[in-house]
Ligand binder design. Structure first.
Ligand code: ATP
Length: 270
């Protein structure tokens, strides 16, 4: 049925160890996501109401989605994933119905995490234009606000939203009780790049001449997604050279590295 179009439900298999760097951020997410679910009695005892929404913002390819999945996995929560762009492109009324339906399913499957990618497309600042007709975005935003306010009664549901454009998000979503926690997910620094390369070569046999630290040093401005691509491509280059190859060598990494240009610019990182 069309009502389920645009939502993916799965129990994510990603864990915190699959994410390189971001130590403090992982800890904050653990506290915001795992604790209220795992220790709900303690929260109730102390009279603390758990956070209902977390906004993750930062450049593309730096693990916002992966963090949300790891959080859901760690908390053993059902994971519902929605895309702002997809909701926006649906027929009149269909996007709102899908939003409501997702919250409904999340309530039934609680504890649940609803991951909302490209949130700015739906939660963009309202109006200011002369036209007084409600736009698709405004209707979706108002549905989202209603659903988030309704979370008060339902336990064990958390909305994690991701955006590359935090300034475009409507202020109404930042009111207390909605997105109470806003976390910046930065591009990886040297140590994080080293760890990310470690994660994505874990299942790979790499030759002794590969110096991952050196590659990390040489890959400033690379995002996690680009580093993952670098490792995968190096493996493919090795196979292209010799289909019976068993190890990936330094020159394979270097060949790929030379052909890659990071999408981020220094200005975006600083
Ligand atoms: P977008 O804004 O484009 O949706 P995103 O910030 O949500 O991007 P992800 O989709 O989580 O980024 O990451 C893209 C890919 O890059 C994933 O497959 C992930 O494995 C890899 N990746 C990104 N950052 C890291 C990291 N810190 N450690 C390990 N892998 C990473």
């Amino acid at each position: 049925p069309s009502i389920t179009r645009g939502v993916t439900t799965e129990v994510p298999k990603v864990s915190w160890e699959d994410i390189g760097g971001l130590k403090d951020l992982k800890k904050k997410l653990q506290q915001a996501v795992e604790w209220p679910i795992k220790h709900s009695a303690a929260f109730a005892r102390m009279g603390i109401s758990p956070i209902r929404g977390v906004l993750l913002h930062g450049p593309p390819g730096c693990s916002k989605t992966t963090l949300a999945k790891a959080a859901a996995n760690a908390a053993q929560a059902s994971f519902f994933s929605l895309s702002g762009a997809e909701l926006y492109s649906m027929y009149v009324g269909e996007g709102e119905a899908l939003l409501r339906n997702t919250f409904q399913r999340a309530r039934l499957a609680a504890p649940s995490i609803i991951f909302f990618d490209e949130a700015d497309v739906v939660a963009a600042k309202r109006g200011g234009t002369s036209s007084n007709s409600t736009t698709v975005g405004e209707r979706l935003l108002s549905t989202l606000l209603t659903e988030m306010d309704g979370l008060e009664q339902s336990k064990g549901i958390l909305v994690l939203a991701a955006t590359n454009r935090p300034h475009a998000i409507d202020a109404a979503l930042m009111r207390p009780g909605r997105f109470d926690l806003v976390l910046y997910v930065p591009p990886p620094d040297l140590e994080a790049r080293y760890e990310i390369l470690g994660v994505h070569t874990r299942k790979m046999k790499i030759s002794n001449d590969v110096d991952l630290r050196r590659i990390a040093e040489d890959s400033e401005l690379f995002t996690g997604a680009e580093l993952e691509g670098l490792c995968r491509e190096a493996g493919i280059v090795a196979l292209r050279e010799n289909i019976s190859a068993t190890v990936v060598c330094n020159h394979h990494f270097q060949t790929v590295k030379e052909s890659l240009k990071p999408a981020l610019t220094r200005a975006e990182v600083e």
